[in-house]
Design a protein around this ligand. Structure first.
Ligand code: FCB
Length: 461
């Protein structure tokens, strides 16, 4: 299908009012990935500051010290969002920027930064969606055990209270966590994120404590924000076996529990999936599941691509992460393109959890360079977004209650272990000059949101 045909089809869907007029169209970012200003105005260190400095942890030795310098360029970035015509912006607050030691004294300069961001987006007619935790744990708390210390649920609730009291007059949409299944598995099981462990017991303990922190934060947000609309953001991708052997199928079932269910099921259904229920049992105290399973208002889903597992008896978790098979379509960064998996995921989430769904991240990564005329015509990203948005429409047509869609990401940014050379932005960012250049996909997305076909999009190569 050409990009033009896809655009026409999407436009047709819009005109048939498949997507309601109040559908939320947004973009997402996160604090450590864009803010920079790591040691400015009293921000305390986060676990990512230290982790990224260790040789071998991040491609090319990149760190988030400067990132997109959003701390100083937020007004320009808000203008870019206004240009896109989005009506929502999901961002995260850096816990160590507002509480440099993780608890105790708040940092007024850090809070004032988020005042400026929030006031700016509201003035641009964009609703702020605030995420409390997108992986930048204060190092001071890590030094006290971090997610392995049960007290962290209370520390997180205190942080949520600070954020709620300060911003709750203007912000109503709150997510407690971004992708708890990812930062716990990568940080404690596979050693790809801080604190860099491969320790199943630590992983299970961290999972339970993150869940307790979620429940405590939901209560804090409810107590301090009138008409709050609260959820959490989960990475949900089909977990597939590399080979159709019984051992690989079992590995995929286990990966599915860690990645897709450890948090969503505990938080929304009040129980852990079967294998994990046994594993977390030593850490569960009386009343914990009630503390975790608090009523929320929506389900946030981040979706990109199926994930793969294979059995590995020597691996601490009994399974190994695997790449997508060779013979499937992939983005430039090797993630399988499978829009039907997105449709099926949305339909399944709708039936499983019975909450309104917001897609809070979806997008394509590339190793991209500007062309000779200084533009970036990212046809592959346009194609990816088009077929994924089409798949979302299919899910809505099949009855899934999907109410919003956010592209990851507004800007090319610090892509964790892959550093800055793995670009997900609608807007190109030059890491040296910090110049922002909207890519062709930014114009495409703006056209889609405006509900106008606009000029004919470029043909696929
Ligand atoms: C998600 C993360 C986000 C970004 C995208 C590509 O897992 O939430 O920060 O890295 O992947």
């Amino acid at each position: 299908m050409s990009a033009a045909t896809i655009q026409e089809r999407l436009q047709g869907e819009l005109e048939r009012h498949l997507v309601p007029r109040d559908f939320v169209w947004g973009v997402s970012t996160s604090s450590y990935q864009i803010e920079g200003a790591a040691a400015v105005d009293g921000r305390g260190p986060s676990v990512w500051d230290g982790y990224s400095r260790v040789p071998g942890h991040v491609a090319n030795g990149h760190t988030g010290d400067v990132a997109c310098d959003h701390y100083h360029r937020y007004a320009e970035d808000t203008a870019l969002m206004r240009g896109l015509g989005v009506n929502a912006y999901r961002f995260s607050v850096a816990w160590p920027r507002v509480l440099p030691a993780g608890r105790g004294a708040a940092n007024e300069a850090g809070l004032a930064f988020y005042d400026r961001v929030i006031d700016g987006v509201l003035a641009a007619g964009i609703e702020p969606w605030l995420c409390l935790y997108h992986w930048d744990l204060p190092q001071a708390l890590q030094d006290q055990g971090g997610w392995l210390n049960r007290d962290i649920a209370g520390w997180f609730a205190d942080y949520a209270t600070l954020v709620a009291r300060r911003f709750g007059d203007r912000v109503k949409r709150f997510a407690t966590f971004n992708e708890p299944g990812v930062f716990t598995l990568f940080g404690y099981g596979l050693a790809w994120h801080p604190p860099g462990l491969t320790d199943p017991a630590a992983l299970h303990q961290a999972i339970h404590h993150v869940n307790l922190a979620h429940g405590a934060a939901v209560d804090a947000l409810r107590a301090h924000v009138a008409s709050a609309s609260i959820g959490a953001t989960h990475s949900v991708q089909p977990a597939r076996p590399v080979d159709h052997t019984a051992a690989d199928e079992a590995a995929a079932t286990l990966l599915d529990e860690y990645w897709n269910k450890a948090f969503a099921e505990a938080q929304i259904l009040g129980h852990y999936p079967p294998a994990l229920a046994r594993a977390v049992e030593p850490y569960v105290q009386a009343g914990d599941m009630e503390r975790i399973c608090r009523p929320t208002d929506w389900f946030g889903v981040n979706h990109y691509s199926p994930v793969f597992a294979r059995a590995d008896a020597a691996a601490p978790l009994g399974f190994a992460w695997a790449d997508a098979p060779d013979n499937v379509p992939k983005t430039q960064v090797g993630w399988q393109v499978d829009p039907a998996a997105f449709r099926d995921t949305l339909v399944d989430l709708d039936r499983r959890y019975r909450l309104p769904i917001y897609v809070l991240e979806n997008g394509a990564g590339g190793h991209e360079k500007l062309d000779a005329s200084g533009n970036l015509i990212d046809l592959e990203r346009i194609g990816y977004l088009a077929v994924y948005i089409g798949a979302m429409y299919d899910a809505i047509a099949a009855g899934a209650d999907v109410r919003g869609y956010f592209v990851w990401s507004l800007l090319d940014n610090f892509e964790w272990g892959a550093g800055y050379d793995c670009r997900f932005g609608l807007v190109y960012v030059d890491p040296v000059t910090q110049r922002r250049i909207p890519k062709a996909s930014a114009h495409w997305y703006a056209n889609l949101i405006r509900g106008m076909v606009g000029e004919a999009p470029p043909q696929e190569p």
